[in-house]
Ligand binder design. Sequence first.
Ligand code: IMP
Ligand code: MG
Length: 179
Amino acid sequence: MHQDVQKILLTEEEIKDRVQQLGRQISEDYRGESILVVGILKGAMIFLADLVRHLEIPTFFDFMAVSSYGSSTMSSGAVRILKDLDKSIEGKNVIIVEDIVDTGLTLSYLVDNLRAREPATIKVCTLLDKPDRRTVDVTIDYNGFTIPDEFVVGYGLDFNERYRNLPYIAVLKPEIYKG
Ligand code: IMP
Ligand code: MG
């Protein structure tokens, strides 16, 4: 275990099993169709890479990067697009792949923004859902795990851009968050 980690919330094994289940479910739901997976950088990168290897349907990728103004552990709600999609999504079956839905502000912005581009369908897949802090209503179609209101890192998620490479989801020691 990394020296800055206080506890592991989800182990590599638990994540692996759940990601496989999600991949199977998505493959069943979209049987006979193709999908465009829209990964939200950078947090969803590792989840997306593992998830797509369990998809048994034609799958295309595109990516967006957004930043929400605010401190490192709180998002303010103002969302800015840092990198937009490469191509049009009109008429496509889009699945937004996120790392975590916290207040819901980022996802709500993304869904509205992408829906305006007239995809055939749009769904949301997130590895983690932290419902305790939700301030806007968002529909999550595929959720890996519901977690308590704690700031987590690993498997793509960061604290000040660190710890994304940890292979598990963990809570850091309190003194690390205090910086
Ligand atoms: P929301 O807009 O409040 O739903 O926040 C979504 C974004 O905040 C996520 O994509 C993450 O980048 C970040 N975030 C929220 N909670 C956590 C956490 O516990 N660990 C790491 N990043 C988080
Ligand atoms: Mg993120």
